[in-house]
Design a protein around this ligand. Structure first.
Ligand code: MSP
Length: 522
């Protein structure tokens, strides 16, 4: 049962609306969805937020290039991101747009809080700015560009010199406070490689941060100075609290769910989330998120995804090639969460065939067919359990306690590995116990073996729901498990399958994919 005092708040980055969604965006969203679903099934009251980041120069320039207004561009692409969610069975509780009024109001309230705290002052900014990254860079971080007006950021983005009046945030005041916070909260930044990178960055010294722009107006106006719009990152980061109603009349969600348990972010935006965001929050006297975890980047068949190479993998092509479960599984199983990796079609197909079709699919299909044929299509009546039976059942019952630390540490791939290790054990158990032989030799023992298998399938299907919600749901339907019973606390003896329950005719759940992409998509 959900314990309302046990809350959990997980977020994705909010996506820029200067282009269509692709595999990289699906990845962050699916990862956060797995965590959200896991925690719900573990009894938490979960809030899961995603959305779109709609202001700033990058979006304004995209609108210009397309010959439409920024609002038109944001409406169109925001909708494109929103449309992806149901296709992958994403269970977000809310979708925040930074052009929502509720968001703009919170931004202005937050700004005033920072001002009241004396953390903001007006001055003049001159320095290098990369529109692609929406980021300011120090001279020492840059390389010479093709002409004297241009420099190149470490990310490869072009930087131009800007000079304008700007509000500044006193980031330099927070160097020691941030370092102390990282030290006292060693799990605040993950993975470890990101934590050390950020710590060195902060140790090298922090300059005050320019947080407003005057040369365009596509942004949240700075309170009491309409010549300025807020720098897109202060606006964007505030989404995590504006969606909860921070600073509004109804801040019940904020009271309940803040601080966030985990922000899932891409590795390239860790600095914004682990330096700027906590410093803003400290200044406004708001609690800090408990964890920021950076996912790595996918390349595709060894190449960086890019429009010019024509190798951008769209959400629809993922669905067509691998389906909902296949995509979710392949994305999370192919590379350790936090690392970079290569998305290769053949590997994804082999993974899906090996682990879904042959692994879980075969386990369910073999076991349920034998039950249909040899146990009158009912949950069999077990007699006494052997050591092997007990061992397998206990492995299954231990899955919630064994996997939760992995979810807490955002080691999603380890959670998958652990669930599949039980599936593999169960497949090995069938081969060893050979129930088809027992049919004549020892029918009573056969019933016990089939019972153990059905019970283990119940457990692994419950555990696999966050990852492969469609197929896991179908398996649980075939075991006639009610929806409210598909929760982790039911992985025990007390909730074990009741003998005699009549099962529907078994059906295959995970089709095998063809290696040839055209055939798979056909
Ligand atoms: N708008 C900012 C985030 C603001 S959060 C307050 C932004 N948006 S983005 O659309 O450019 O990227 C969002 C996320 O997409 C990245 O952080 C990253 O997690 C994910 N990815 C985009 N391309 C990716 C890959 N090729 N591989 C994996 N994930 C990548 O940054």
């Amino acid at each position: 049962m959900t314990d309302i005092s046990k809350t959990y708040y997980v977020t994705t980055p909010i996506y820029y609306v200067n282009g269509d969604p692709h595999l990289g965006h699906v990845y962050s969203t699916v990862a956060a969805d797995v965590i959200a679903r896991y925690k719900r099934l573990a009894g938490y009251n979960v809030y899961f937020l995603t959305g779109t980041d709609e202001h700033g120069q990058k979006v304004a320039q995209t609108a210009d290039a397309m010959g439409v207004t920024p609002q038109e561009v944001t409406d169109r692409f925001s909708q494109a991101f929103r449309d992806v969610l149901p296709k992958f069975h994403i269970t977000n509780n809310d979708f925040i747009r930074t052009t929502d009024n509720r968001h703009k109001e919170t931004c202005q309230y937050f700004w005033k809080k920072l001002e009241e705290a004396g953390a903001i002052y007006l001055d003049k900014y001159s320095g290098w700015y990369a529109v692609r990254d929406e980021a300011y860079y120090g001279e020492d971080e840059l390389q010479d560009g093709p002409d004297p007006e241009t420099k190149i950021a470490p990310s490869g983005a072009e930087c131009k010199w800007v000079e304008e009046e700007s509000y500044f945030f006193r980031l330099s005041d927070y160097q020691n406070k941030l370092l102390a916070y990282y030290q006292e909260n060693p799990d605040f930044i993950g993975p470890k490689s990101s934590a050390s990178e950020i710590t060195s960055f902060v140790k090298a010294g922090l300059k005050d941060l320019s947080i407003s722009r005057t040369t365009f107006n596509w942004g949240v106006p700075v309170p009491n100075n309409p010549d300025h719009v807020m720098y897109v990152w202060i606006d964007a980061l505030t989404n995590y609290i504006s969606a909860l109603g921070y600073g509004s009349e109804d801040d019940e969600l904020f009271q309940k769910f803040w601080p966030a348990d985990v922000h899932i972010v891409g590795k390239e935006i860790t600095r914004f989330h682990t330096v700027y965001w906590p410093a803003f929050l400290m200044a406004a006297n708001i609690a800090l998120p408990k964890k920021v975890f950076a996912n790595g980047w996918w390349v595709v068949e060894g190449e960086k995804m890019s429009k010019s190479l024509g190798n951008v993998i769209t959400p629809d092509s993922l669905l067509q090639s691998y389906g909902v479960d296949g995509t979710r599984y392949a994305l999370l199983r192919e590379m350790p969460f936090g690392n970079d990796g290569n998305f290769a079609h053949d590997n994804a197909v082999n993974r899906i065939n090996g682990d879904l079709a042959n692994g879980l699919g075969n386990l369910a299909q073999r076991s349920l067919s034998m039950i249909a044929k040899n146990a009158e299509g009912q949950i069999p009546l077990p007699s006494s359990f052997t050591e092997a039976d007990r061992q397998l059942l206990n492995m299954a019952y231990d899955l919630p306690s064994q996997t939760e630390p992995f979810i807490n540490a955002v080691q999603i791939h380890k959670y998958l590995e652990m669930v599949w290790s039980v599936i593999n054990e169960a497949n090995a158990y069938i081969d060893l116990q050979a129930p088809w032989k027992l049919k004549k030799e020892n029918p009573e023992r056969m019933q016990t073996v089939l019972y153990v298998l059905a019970e283990v399938i119940r457990c692994v299907a419950i555990m696999a729901q966050p990852i492969i919600p469609v197929g896991a749901g179908k398996i649980l339907d075939q075991l006639v498990i009610g929806h409210e019973a598909r929760v982790f606390e039911n992985l025990d003896n007390e909730h074990a399958l009741k003998p005699g329950i009549v099962l529907p005719a078994p059906q295959g759940v995970f089709p095998r994919l063809e290696l040839n992409k055209d055939e798979a998509a056909a």
